[in-house]
Design a protein around this ligand. Sequence first.
Ligand SMILES: *[C@@H]1O[C@H](CO)[C@@H](O)[C@H](O)[C@H]1NC(C)=O
Length: 262
Amino acid sequence: MASIFHFCSFLLICFTCMFTFMGESATAVIFRPSPWALAHATFYGDETASATMGGACGYGNLFQNGYGTDTVALSSRLFNNGYSCGTCYQIKCYQSSACYRNVAFVTVTATNLCPPNWSQASDNGGWCNPPRAHFDMSKPVFMKFAQWKAGIVPVMYRRVPCGRKGGIRFSFQGNGYWLLVYVMNVGGGGDISSMFVKGSRTGWIRMSHNWGASYQAFSTLSGQTLSFRITSYTNKETIYAWNVAPSNWNIGLTYSAKVNFH
Ligand SMILES: *[C@@H]1O[C@H](CO)[C@@H](O)[C@H](O)[C@H]1NC(C)=O
């Protein structure tokens, strides 16, 4: 038994190596939707969705960065310390007279945290208090599926793959000795479990999770071409984004990879 097991794991390792060497396209693990589950949804801000900008995921201006107004703030239970930033959901308004019957569901991306409010009961205003699964939507997207005057509606939701155009984007902050990268436009599961950076004169350096969708490396990387290695939180797939930033990279700029998850 043991030798068969070892032989199998040897085969598995060989396949993994082979796929890794062949590059990102060979691994192509498709993330499938989760089952539907019950929750509730409210909205925050107004029709302009300006309140949704600069959310806890660190995506900044959601119009500039491609997320638009179809976004949601997750309760802490769903937010998972920021590891759920960038994940996508279909949300159906469920069994309320406020639901628009001609709308099957809306599709949203998680861009923010809906923090608990312990001065309100979790069934009376403290909608985002643990252990509730709750979606605090932008007002424009809430208005697509329910009458906003309802304030709160029951919903059914499920995780779905994120359809993104183009490659993963890396927005740089920090300085010459501290690289802080906001990772945006992530397809597939939409989330990240770990990330490494490689300068043209360094090996792979593990980046630590800062907050939201940002990762950091305390290393001197200025003047080097930078590559990233990113592993999906959802399905553990790893992709390589080679030479994303040229050697004259700068903070305040965003660099696009050619690759993405699907
Ligand atoms: C929490 O709830 C209280 C009571 O409704 C309210 O006054 C307060 O503004 C809320 N805090 C936050 C941060 O929303």
